[in-house]
Write a protein that binds this ligand. Structure first.
Ligand SMILES: [Zn+2]
Ligand SMILES: [Zn+2]
Length: 273
């Protein structure tokens, strides 16, 4: 039996996810998933990153740890290990990330995702301030910022790496004309010895495609990028969504293993069949 994991899911503390944490764990148990990691949205100081309805408040972090610990204890008899991670933000203006860095060093997360939410007011304003107007410029800028994020040492895995294709930030997304800049991002992931996330939530929205695009996955496989996998669940029923056919697809592309993190330490598992 292969060990199965889902390393990206949310909690009601962010204000746009539903269900008790134990329900996420029970759904994992039903699917034969052995380990799940909650990665709710990290508190951010600036309002431009969204507050209520987007992310928990700074003073709710202790509640978050307590909720995950309770779920871990309740899920253990059902054979599911539950870890406490966080979905941190990637952003071009380092000063905006200082309060977030203070949280990352004050709390012991198992796993830190790095996400650039291109649809966020903060990034849309950055694009307009810097006159990054065309789709082509926006896509290049997005992957350069992801590359810088990969090189920052903050994150264990770069999550939903082409989420710029969703939510109307660009009209059209085709990775091929951006191969050079996307490969620079992938190279940074390899050189920094971190991971990239395969995020199956993209299959439910926007272009109905996995994040990142299968073409990017081909390049990543060729370059030796290590992967984590996450459903990005905001409700219990999405845990492990689409994994049954995405994992064989990843194996076909040459990925023989997957990774998860416990106490910020990477653990390798065989790619589930
Ligand atoms: Zn969310
Ligand atoms: Zn996200």
């Amino acid at each position: 039996m292969t060990f199965r994991v889902d390393s990206h899911m949310h909690t009601p503390l962010c204000g746009h996810a539903v269900g008790e944490l134990i329900e996420y764990a029970m759904r994992a148990a039903e699917l034969g998933i052995d380990l799940i990691t909650f990665t709710c949205h990290i508190p951010m100081e600036s309002a431009a990153f969204g507050q209520e309805g987007i992310r928990m408040r700074r003073e709710q972090l202790d509640d978050y740890f307590a909720l995950v610990a309770d779920a871990a204890a309740a899920a253990k008899p059902f054979g599911v290990e539950v870890l406490c991670g966080i979905e941190a933000e990637v952003f071009p203006d380092e000063a905006e990330l200082e309060p977030m860095d203070a949280i990352l060093s004050a709390y012991h997360f198992d796993f830190v995702l790095g996400s650039l939410h291109a649809q966020c007011q903060s990034y849309l304003e950055w694009l307009s301030r810097n006159k990054v107007t065309s789709d082509a410029m926006r896509i290049d800028s997005y992957f350069r910022h992801l590359r810088d994020g990969a090189q920052s040492g903050r994150y264990d895995s770069m999550s939903h790496p082409d989420v710029i294709r969703t939510y109307g930030v660009v009209r059209e997304f085709n990775p091929v004309p951006h191969e050079e800049v996307i490969r620079e991002f992938l190279q940074a992931v390899v050189e920094e010895d971190i991971c990239m996330e395969v995020n199956t939530s993209g299959l439910n929205k926007g272009d109905f495609e996995v994040h990142p695009d299968p073409v990017i996955l081909d390049w990543a496989s060729e370059m030796g990028v290590k992967l984590t996998i996450g459903s990005d669940s905001h409700m219990p029923n999405s845990v492990g969504q689409h994994f049954d056919w995405i994992q064989p697809m990843l194996r076909d592309k040459g990925f023989t293993d997957l990774h998860y993190f416990r106490g910020r330490q990477r653990v390798r598992i065989d790619m589930p069949q």
